[in-house]
Design a protein around this ligand. Structure first.
Ligand SMILES: Nc1ncnc2c1ncn2[C@@H]1O[C@H](COP(=O)(O)OP(=O)(O)O)[C@@H](O)[C@H]1O
Ligand SMILES: Cc1ncc(C[n+]2csc(CCOP(=O)(O)OP(=O)(O)O)c2C)c(N)n1
Ligand SMILES: [Mg+2]
Length: 438
């Protein structure tokens, strides 16, 4: 079929569904019927129980759409990947194993079959990477591209991790480098005062399916480089922190299986917001030690340049007032703010009893050495040639103790002021789809 055809010009919906279904070929026998042939997909749960007893099913649904989730410059492949990833991240937070994904797409006017295929490939590659299959959906038209996904997972009852069981004295732990997605978003929204030079081309580091994204990423770079300021280069792999969320499915399953984790949540809405969720449901309060928050080197470099360029402008292009050291300290502060109060990182935040720390450290060490743990060894081949892994640095997965449950009656942040530390209330703010992005 001619891929240039506009989807809404096709004679019937069936003609279109075939394009999607060709991308979502079913591999898993227990799925008796997939997206194209019957009214429903059917899953044989007894077959899943051969490898992992499926005592509980887990479900989640989340929507993404153009104006609120896709900053300009994202490829359709990335939009598809993101639609699946934000849903899978909810399963990761419960330690659940993904088995199936469904989505309803609202396609904008002018969307071609080629566009649809790229979107579908992004969804398929994310879903299959994490061991699940796309089993159905619906297609409609909408003013802006909208994708509502639903994931289904399975878990053994003893491994089901909830938000509500954090205990006094627990250590608060996080994966990844919080704040990276927030900084990437500011770059893509042109809120950061830097001049961007295209980093390594997306196609250099990615699978064939993303090769088209090079032109988009250049468009982002050009729009920002008009500012005429000092230039630094922002790599495409850094921007992927936002544009290709990497759900911590394998880490979540490993943590759940370890028996060490009392409570867990993903950080999609920001660290502070996630801490408040764990706190409200568990009835304990937390302190975050800001010094312990891991910071991504490129994020710091971007923020330092932003600060320098702001001053350069303010001072009528004379020398800046601050030393490099002062600028670096201000950049660290800004990144802490991003980590706490903006979302988009899709990392895991979890609590463990202090006595389990060495066990969890050992598990992460082994996990990172093998890229994947024994429990998920069947997935090794999926790591090859995928854009979200590789150079974007999602592996090794960093794991950090960032605070603990405390006796006080509020959530606090421990800040460093010179040689002294200060305890301040943790603000209850984060990404909220009902409010304007902060
Ligand atoms: N419209 C809705 N109807 C029923 N439950 C909902 C609705 N919206 C959200 N929820 C539930 O509220 C909980 C939190 O949802 P949400 O804030 O969207 O979480 P997340 O940030 O993980 O997507 C989830 O259990 C979700 O299923
Ligand atoms: C254009 C644009 N603005 C803002 C964002 C940032 N953003 C959009 S959704 C989101 C987090 C949503 O969390 P999630 O749990 O997936 O959804 P929820 O159900 O909480 O809305 C963030 C940080 C973005 N990705 N793109
Ligand atoms: Mg939601």
């Amino acid at each position: 079929m001619d891929l240039g055809v506009i989807v809404s010009d096709l004679p019937t919906e069936k003609d279109f569904i075939r394009v999607f279904s060709d991308v979502f070929r079913l591999k898993n026998k227990p799925i008796l019927s997939g997206s194209e042939f019957d009214d429903c997909a059917a899953l044989r749960l007894d077959s899943f129980a051969q490898n992992l007893s499926a005592e509980s099913l887990t479900f989640s649904t989340d929507s993404v759409r153009e104006s609120t989730d896709f900053p300009s410059g994202m490829t359709l492949w990335q939009k598809g990947w993101m639609a699946a990833a934000v849903n899978l991240s909810d399963l990761a937070a419960m330690g659940s194993k993904p088995i199936a994904f469904l989505f309803s797409a609202g396609l904008p006017r002018g969307f071609t079959l080629e566009n649809a295929e790229e979107l579908a490939r992004g969804i398929q590659e994310c879903v299959s990477f994490f061991g699940a299959e796309v089993i159905g959906g619906d297609t409609e038209f909408n003013d802006e591209l909208t994708i509502t996904g639903t994931v289904i997972g399975i878990t053994e009852n003893k491994n089901l991790i909830l938000r509500k069981n954090a205990r006094p004295g627990d250590l608060l732990c996080a994966t990844g480098f919080p704040g990276s997605a927030g900084v990437a978003l500011s770059v893509l929204l042109n809120e950061i005062n830097i001049r961007v030079e295209a980093g390594e081309s997306v196609s250099d580091s990615t699978a064939d399916s993303t090769a088209d994204s090079t032109s988009d990423s250049t468009a982002v770079s050009n729009s920002i480089s008009d500012s005429g300021l000092d230039s630094i280069s922002v790599s495409d792999s850094f921007l992927k922190n936002l544009t290709e969320p990497f759900p911590r499915i394998f880490e979540g399953m490993m943590l759940a299986k370890s028996g060490a984790v009392n409570s867990m949540i993903d950080t999609s809405d920001g660290l502070a917001s996630s801490v408040y969720e764990l706190s409200a449901l568990s009835g304990v309060f937390f302190e975050i030690d800001e010094q312990s928050l891991p910071q991504d080197g490129e994020a710091l470099e971007i923020l330092s340049n932003h600060l320098k360029n702001n001053q350069y402008k303010q001072n009528d292009q004379n020398e800046t007032n601050f030393t490099d050291e002062q600028i670096a300290a201000q950049a660290r502060d800004l990144l802490i703010h991003e980590a706490l109060y903006t979302g988009g990182d899709y990392e895991l935040l979890f609590t463990i009893p202090a006595g389990k720390l060495s066990l969890v450290e050992e598990l992460f060490k082994k996990f990172n050495e093998n890229a994947i743990s024994d429990a998920i060894s069947d997935t090794a081949s999926r790591f090859e040639g995928l854009s979200s892994t590789g150079k974007s640095g999602r592996y090794p997965c960093k794991f950090t103790v960032i605070g603990k449950a405390i006796a006080e009656k509020e959530n606090v942040i421990v800040r460093q002021a010179g040689l002294n530390s200060q305890r301040q209330p943790l603000l209850k703010i984060g990404y909220d789809s009902f409010k304007k992005y902060i």
